[in-house]
Each structure stands twice: as structure tokens, then as C-alpha cells.
Design a protein around this ligand. Structure first.
Ligand SMILES: [Zn+2]
Length: 198
């Protein structure tokens, strides 16, 4: 599932199939492999999923909405009222979180983030900090997949900025990560959920 390229995927699949009973191999081949493009990193890294690569966040949102529906026998009007309360609550929580992140700046971030601090989410800045500390193998070339899939600058871009004392700009971050004039506030719960899971 986490194979980053087709070659690794083939190698791992071959090793897995060689070590499993025939029934397991058949199940895998017939049920899951026809959809490999939907969940194996070698394919999904070219899809702008912005970190939403599993259904767990949708399930969390479903569970959160259910907390607001008071009883299973409510009439339609009552359910709509409950859903309105759920949305109002979520909107308020998002607005509070955005204000919090605009005011409370993170410490010990790479200097290249100076121009975007308070303007992009903490999750995005922590991701920059993480890749800044990664070692890049000498033969590793930039594919650009991180920018496409997560809307975040990759290790190559961050290292280059640090080494040349350049600043990252808002264009390095997908609008989903912007705290100022976010394109769609509806994405923000996902940012909050990433924060909670980290
Ligand atoms: Zn890169």
C-alpha cells in the first residue's frame, strides 16, 4: 500500500504472494488489486488528496454529526434543526482554530517559513519542519508528487530555500492550508482532524 513506485509495488506484491496461501492471493487479486490505483501510494501520490487518503475522516465526521442528532425517532424538522446546530458548532470551532493559529506562532521552525507564519496552518508548517530535517539521498531526484498530492513544498524545495536563504511563499502551499482567505472553509475540519491524530 505504501510503495512509492511501481517497481517497489511489484517487488512487494511478488514477495507477499510468495508467502501467502493461495486463497489469500486469489482474494487479493480478485477483490483489491483491480482498485490498486485508488489506494497504493505509487498511484495516489499524483492525486491532489491533501492528506485525505483513507475514509477515516469521513467516518469521524459522520460520528460527530450523530452526536447532535438527539434521537432516532425525530421528525424531519427536528433532524434539520439538529444538523444546523452541528454545522454552527463546527463553523464556530473552525473560526476559533483559525484565529488561534494566526495569533499563536509555532517555535523552532526553519527560517524559510518566516513569511508564511501565521498565514498557513500549523499542520502545514510542521510538515515543512519535518521535511527540512529529512536526509535526501544523493541520487534522489524531485518528482513534484508531494506538491501535487499534499499541496505542500517537498524536501528538495525546503532544503533549497534553507541553503540559499530564500523564503517560502504562499504559492508554495495549496489554498487549503491558507489561514487568510481560505478558499473553502469546509476543508478546515480535515486540518483539525490531522492535528488531533498527531
Ligand atoms: Zn521534491
Amino acid at each position: 500500500m505504501y510503495a512509492h513506485n511501481f517497481e517497489t509495488f511489484s517487488d512487494r506484491l511478488e514477495a507477499f504472494e510468495g508467502s501467502q496461501p493461495q486463497a489469500v492471493v486469489s482474494y487479493l487479486r480478485e477483490t483489491w488489486l483491480p482498485f490498486k490505483e485508488k489506494f497504493v501510494t505509487a498511484w495516489t501520490k499524483w492525486i491532489p488528496h491533501l492528506g485525505n487518503s483513507t475514509s477515516s475522516r469521513a467516518e469521524s465526521t459522520h460520528a460527530a454529526i450523530k452526536l447532535f442528532i438527539r434521537k432516532s425517532t425525530s421528525g424531519l424538522l427536528e433532524v434539520f434543526d439538529d444538523l444546523t446546530r452541528a454545522i454552527d458548532h463546527q463553523h464556530s470551532a473552525i473560526a476559533t482554530r483559525i484565529s488561534y493559529e494566526q495569533i499563536n506562532l509555532l517555535q523552532h521552525l526553519p527560517s524559510c517559513t518566516l513569511m508564511v507564519q501565521g498565514k498557513v496552518s500549523h499542520v502545514a508548517l510542521l510538515e515543512v519542519k519535518k521535511v527540512a530535517g529529512e536526509q535526501i539521498p544523493a541520487d534522489d531526484r524531485c518528482t513534484g508528487s508531494r506538491k501535487v498530492s499534499l499541496g505542500l513544498p517537498c524536501a528538495h524545495r525546503v532544503k533549497e530555500a534553507v541553503q540559499n536563504q530564500h523564503m517560502l511563499t504562499m504559492e508554495d502551499f495549496h489554498p487549503q492550508w491558507h489561514l487568510i482567505n481560505p478558499v473553502s472553509i469546509s476543508f478546515y475540519p480535515f486540518i483539525c482532524m490531522i492535528l488531533e491524530t498527531n
